[in-house]
Design a protein. Structure first.
Length: 257
């Protein structure tokens, strides 16, 4: 299941990264939304690397090459944190005015750095060579705490992404920007799926600690599906939104020419 889901995500990520990088390069001389274009390209690239490392065959190869247990899962989680941070920077650049933009960007970068530092410290200090960073090893306190830190950040950022995308979707729909509104609506739905992934996995860990978890086999099916759907829908939706913005800007340029 993981191989199929994350393999498809990798292919979608490659296409989305190529499109985002081409768009950022083509419009590099335009100051408007420069941060958003760069954040989208980098975020898509990081997400693609992350889902590639989640493919079981690639994960086993990476761990054999590095000789470090859980190196692929750690790399995937770091990529997810960087991706969520990149999406936040992109949407903040779209949504916030110039007066508060810099402070908003710094705040989100600082939060991402704190979360990454906490994850690395927990990984080094508490996760032993025999344990794996999965819900299958929820009886290990270090694994549970590490995953809850990671999943809490994912849930928070997905919540903000949902809020920003839905608000911008309503605003652009009123102005008749159909493609942008549809892309942002798709992105908001994808972020809800991402939050559902974090809540599903996190609630299993909490209920396992309370000795009342649901069957692990269900969690191992639901979580990859939610993560895969969220990844594909976010890349698709944000690509649609960026294309819609480009078409709107082109139309505005023609009217003012």
């Amino acid at each position: 299941m993981d191989g199929i889901v994350f393999g498809i995500c990798t292919l979608v990520g490659i296409v989305g990264t190529w499109h985002a990088a081409r768009d950022a390069r083509r419009l590099r001389n335009r100051s408007e939304y420069r941060i958003a274009r760069a954040a989208r390209a980098v975020g898509f690239g990081v997400a693609t690397v992350g889902v590639l490392m989640a493919v079981p065959a690639v994960a086993h190869l990476l761990e054999d090459l590095t000789g470090v247990n859980n190196s692929a899962r750690l790399g995937t989680h770091i990529c997810v944190v960087l991706w969520c941070g990149g999406l936040q920077l992109m949407l903040v650049d779209w949504s916030y005015n110039h007066e508060v933009l810099r402070a908003s960007l710094y705040a989100r970068v600082a939060l991402g750095i704190v979360v990454l530092a906490a994850m690395l410290l927990l990984f080094i200090a508490t996760i032993g060579p025999e344990a794996e960073i999965t819900t299958r090893f929820a009886e290990e306190p270090g694994v549970t705490v590490y995953l809850l830190v990671y999943l809490t950040y994912v849930a928070i950022t997905c919540g903000e992404i949902t809020f920003l995308c839905s608000g911008m979707a309503l605003s652009t729909a009123r102005r008749g920007h159909t493609w942008t509104a549809r892309g942002l609506t798709t992105s908001a739905a994808a972020a809800i799926l991402g939050a559902a992934y974090a809540i599903s996995k996190g609630s299993y860990l909490v209920l396992h600690y309370l000795r009342h978890p649901w069957p692990l086999r269900y969690e191992e099916i639901v979580s990859p599906l939610l993560a895969g759907l969220a990844t594909v829908a976010l890349i698709t939706g944000l690509t649609m939104a960026m294309v819609g913005r480009r078409l709107t800007q082109r139309k505005d340029d023609q009217l003012t020419a």
